[in-house]
Every structure is written in C-alpha cells, then in structure tokens.
Design a protein around this ligand. Structure first.
Ligand code: GLC
Length: 614
C-alpha cells in the first residue's frame, strides 16, 4: 500500500480573476485515461504507451543503484527503477530515512512529463535485511528444513510488511535455486536440492505479493536466478551448468513454473551459463520457455551488471545490450553505468537492432506491474508499517521458524533435551555469541559480518534464558576453563558469513582448526559434547561426529537465536528434516538424493526426541 498524491490532470488548470461572487472551484479536469484507476490496467497501459517517447521507454527499462543516481537524474532520464545493492543504505539506517530516500527519488520520477513512478528493488532475502533493526529470518536452507510452506508464506508476509515500512516496493526474492553441489557459496539461499522443495516454498511469493498487488503491504516478488544457477559444474558461482535440457527441465525449471503459477511479478536472470551459453543472452530459455511455454507475464530483470559478462570483456557494449534485450530482458540492472546503457539502448533502437515491438513489450510488462501495485495512485512510502520493522510479533515468528528449522542428526543416549535446572553447562565456539555469524550473508551488508551486528538474541543468550535457577552457564569461545564438573558442553561452531562467489569452497568442507580444537578441549574432560553447527550448508564432519554425543544442524538462524535453545532444552522437539543430502566426504560432491552415492545422512533425515538416537 502506498501513499496517495495529488494527480496533476492532463488539462492545465488556470487561475481566473474572480469578480463578484467566487466562481465555484473549477472541477478537476478528467485525468488522462492512464491516470484513471477505474479503467482496466491493460487500457491504462495502452494509453500510457501511446503517449511515451523513445526516451520514456528507454528510461523505464533502466535500473540504477541509489548511490549513483539523483532525483534530478530520474527526472532528466526518466528512469523506471532504483535499487539498493547489498548493504547500500541511507544514513542513518532507519526505516524513516529509507522512506525519506524513497520519497525523494519518487518526487524526481513524478516530475517527468508523464509522471511515471519508479519501482524500488532491494534484496530482502531473509527479512528486510538491509534495514537496521529488521527481523532477520532464517536463510532459505533452514526454511527448507521446516517442510512448512504455510510458515514460509507467513514469513513472506512479515517481510513484506517490513519492506513496506521502510518505503520499498520490490524484493529480489525468493531465490528458487536448486543447489546441487554444496561447494556453491549460495547453497544457503536454496530451499533444497530437489525440484519439489523450492517449488513447495513458492508460497513465500503469496506472502510477499498478498492476494492483490495493490493490497496492504504487498510488494513485488522476484523468482531468481533463472535458470540452473544451482547446478553449475563444481558448484562454481556464476559458472556453467553442463547438463541435458531434460535434466534442466526436471530439476531446475519446476520452481519457476510454480512461481509463475503463483503470479510472481518479476524474474531475475542468472549470471550462469547453460552448456556454455550465458543465460543473459538466452532467447530460447527466456522468451520461448519462460515467457512462451510457462506464460510468464511479469517482467524479466537482469542481475547486477550481468550483461557485462556476455562477451567476456569488462564493461558492456551496445552489442551486449542488443543481445540481452532481444533475448527477452525487460529491465536492465545497470547499477553504475546507467547513462551509457540509456545511450546504447536508444541508439540500438534507432539503428533497428532492437525492434520497437520488443521495447513496447518490455514497457508493457513493467508498467503493468506498476499499475497493479497501485504506484500511480499511491507512489509514496506507506509509513504506517514502520512499526512492524523488528516487531515482537515478527521476532516471535522468526523464533518459531528457527525452532522448526533445527535438524537433529545425532543424539547418543538421549543426551538431548538438556535439563533446564541444576548443575553447570559450558558453552563454547565462535558462533555461540555472535549474531552476525548466526545470520550469515546478506545481513546489513552484502557479505554479512561477525559480531553484534544487528539487534536480536544470540544462541548463547537463548541458552542462558532457557535455563532455570540453580543452573550456571559458563561461556568461553575456545572452551578454556572447562572441567569434568560440568554436566554438558555445547559447542556452537561452523561457518562465518559470506555471500555469492565469496562462499564458494573448492577445498575442504570441514570445520576449521579453531572449531576442532575447541571441541577437542571440551571432549578431553569427558563431559558430553553437543555440537551445534551454524553453517550455510552441510559440512564434512564424518570423521568427527562419532566422538560427539549429539549433533544439531542449526543452519543460519538469523536474529532469533533463542529458537535453537528451545530445541536444546526441549521446549520444542526437533522436527526439521534435511533439505540437502549430507555427505560422507567432500569428495562425494555433488551428492544428491537418488544419485546412488551413500551419504552420512540422507535427504529428509532428522531425529526427534524419544526415538532412535544413532
Ligand atoms: C547480486 C545477486 C542477486 C541480487 C542482485 C542485487 O549480484 O546475484 O541475487 O539480487 O545482485 O543485489
């Protein structure tokens, strides 16, 4: 829901000298058809398109990054969209400052002759994670472990409210990648390794978009990254997916078909290639399959400066613009060189390299979503949702998602759940008291970061809150100080934050030396050791897990770490199921359900309390 504005009519209102009794205020002249919300969207689009110049149309297809564009630029170049790259935030980083920034850009857009509002894109991929104070939900790999599409839809709704509360109207989510090789740095952005699990979790789109796009707090969703980003050889980010078309269709396409069926408003193209052909130039997969076969009627947006990669050279050329737009790209994320893009696209059309029919199709798709979102009637930030940012209700929902995402992989002798009262518990590990580590990448910054980065509850704080009187909880990062007097030791270990190719792991997939040393120090006392893995993927722990009394996969829980303690102390019996096959060895990668390899724990595995404990 956006805030209304005064619609300047199509006819110029003039002030007349009034003599004698005041003339009745001149009725506001009838708005132009495209400005009339009573008309069908298709009619409004047709009317507006007929009024647009080539510059208007080129501008609508251009998306620039907030740091390198001004409101005046939006007016001069008639740009259609602005984005925040990961971590690109106003200062101060508050919902009000975000809304002020949004409204400032919007005023620039509405100062154009046709007053076409912008749409503002942001990576709200696990909550509205760029905005300080937002609820940080578990990353998708943990949500896949819940096997709860209804819960995921509720998370989409909560996130939509927090996005709206900060003034934005479009999220570059959900990632519907099917992660097939755990070496990939974006494995945690995947709901799971099968076509079925991400397909089931497209309910998040209903959460984002609501029952109607102009409904309260509805924001546009983005199915990404089309197509096959999770299936590259070696799990290389932005790499080459070398499989048959039949495998591509069976494994990677179904989540996008499900998203289209749910009316997803946009689709983002993958940096990766399919058998050597870059997706950003793939007319068959974009135009014939996505738009034709699947009937996708929203708009297709490029990834960040992705057209630069089409010819393998730095920067982009007019030829690359032609290739991408003729392949079916509708909006180009050209974050910094947007002026060059505008010039190239205009020239390409004037030179007949891109038919006007393609330009009109792209504009029709973009404008249709802007009309459906209600942006023409209510283009300004709806600040009434600002109070939902980081709200207690949303944090409670996130904590529930954390609880449901925990996967219990080992529980020797039923050591879990731990008693809440009596004795001493020792907590160790670099991820026990670090909200940044438990949130992972795409948290306040692109790569995320260690430390007390966002408001929330660390796993350690959750543990301290869970225990009753008479129980003492001692924490030391590396386990120093433990002795045999403790009744249990909890080692919260795993990975530190990363995003995209920074998270690709071509070597070991095991725990780092510090974590191994910490666990060894705990084990040396003979105290039962419970390992809690905070990671964006399964890790290679087969050689060590036999020495552990319990193993709990916590994934990347986000700001509400108390949900982990809820499981450790039995307030919630673990219900999570593996969304990814768990390797016996990194040498097995890729290893996936049904491929004939023998895993350590199979896809769908997960213990609860009171059952077999392995
Ligand atoms: C990034 C990611 C994409 C994200 C976009 C905008 O490179 O690949 O998932 O939505 O750029 O931040």
């Amino acid at each position: 829901m956006r805030m209304p504005r005064v619609v300047l009519t199509g006819l110029l209102l003039t002030t007349v000298a009034v003599v004698g009794p005041a003339l009745p205020t001149p009725a506001v002249a009838a708005a132009l058809p495209y400005q009339d919300p009573a008309l069908p969207v298709a009619t409004r689009v047709d009317d507006l398109l007929a009024r647009m110049t080539l510059d208007d149309k080129v501008g609508q297809m251009t998306q620039a990054e907030r740091k390198v564009v001004t409101a005046a630029d939006l007016t001069s170049y008639r740009l259609g969209s602005v984005l925040s790259g990961g971590g690109s935030a106003p200062s101060p980083n508050t919902p009000a400052a975000w809304a002020d920034m949004y409204d400032g850009f919007q005023r620039g857009a509405l100062a154009t002759p046709l007053q076409i509002p912008i749409i503002y894109g942001i990576d709200a991929v696990h909550g509205n994670n760029n905005v300080y104070g937002s609820t940080i939900f578990p990353h998708n790999i943990g949500l896949g472990a819940t096997r709860d599409p209804a819960l995921v839809q509720r998370i989409g709704r909560a996130t939509a409210e927090e996005v709206t509360g900060a003034g934005q109207d479009w999220t570059f989510a959900p990632c519907l990648c099917v992660a097939r090789n755990d070496r990939w740095g974006r494995t945690y952005e995947s709901f799971g390794e099968t076509a079925e699990l991400p397909s089931a979790m497209t309910t998040i789109i209903d959460g984002f978009q609501g029952t109607t796009l102009d409904g309260p707090a509805s924001v546009l969703a983005t199915a990404k990254h089309y197509l096959g980003d999770g299936g590259t050889t070696g799990g290389t980010d932005q790499g080459n997916t070398q499989i048959s078309e039949a495998e591509l269709r069976a494994i990677h396409l179904p989540p996008f078909a499900a998203a289209v069926d749910r009316g997803v408003g946009s689709v983002m193209i993958s940096y990766s290639s399919f058998n050597g052909s870059r997706l950003h130039g793939h007319k068959y997969l974009i135009t014939d399959v996505l738009k034709g076969e699947l009937g996708f009627s929203g708009f297709v947006v490029s990834d960040w400066a992705a057209i630069d990669q089409l010819d393998g050279q730095r920067g982009f050329t007019q030829a690359e613009v032609v290739t991408a737009v003729n392949a079916g790209l509708d909006m180009l994320m050209v974050p910094t060189d947007w002026k060059t893009f505008v010039s190239y696209l205009r020239s390409a059309v004037q030179a007949g390299q891109i038919p006007m029919s393609r330009i009109d199709d792209a504009n029709r798709r973009i404008l249709t979503k802007k009309f459906e979102l209600g942006l023409f009637e209510r283009p300004y930030a709806d600040r009434s949702y600002a109070s939902t940012v980081g709200s207690a209700d949303h944090r409670a929902l996130a904590r529930q998602a954390v609880r449901q995402s925990q996967v219990l992989l080992k529980n020797a002798g039923g050591v879990l759940p731990l008693a809440k009262t009596g004795g001493k518990i020792f907590v160790a590990g670099k991820n026990a008291d670090d909200i940044g580590n438990q949130s992972g990448g795409w948290t306040l910054s692109w790569q995320g970061g260690s430390g007390n980065t966002v408001p929330g509850t660390s796993i350690l704080t959750g543990i301290r809150s869970a225990v009753g009187g008479g129980t003492t909880v001692t924490y030391h990062r590396d386990g120093t100080g433990i002795d045999s007097s403790y009744r249990a030791a909890i080692a919260v270990v795993g990975e530190t934050p990363y995003a995209e190719y920074s998270g690709d792991r071509t070597g070991s997939l095991g725990l780092d030396a510090a974590d191994l040393a910490t666990i060894a120090r705990l084990r040396a006392t003979g105290v039962p050791v419970i390992v809690v893995l905070v990671s964006g993927r399964p890790l290679d722990v087969a050689a060590e897990v036999g020495n552990w009394n319990a193993l709990l996969a916590a994934w990347l829980p986000g700001s509400e770490g108390a949900g982990v303690a809820d499981v450790l102390f039995g307030d919630h019996a673990p219900t999570g199921k593996l969304p990814m096959t768990w390797m016996q060895s990194a040498a097995q990668q890729p290893i996936n359900d049904g491929d004939g390899k023998t895993p350590l724990f199979q896809y769908g595995y997960g213990l609860t309390y009171g059952t077999a404990t392995r």
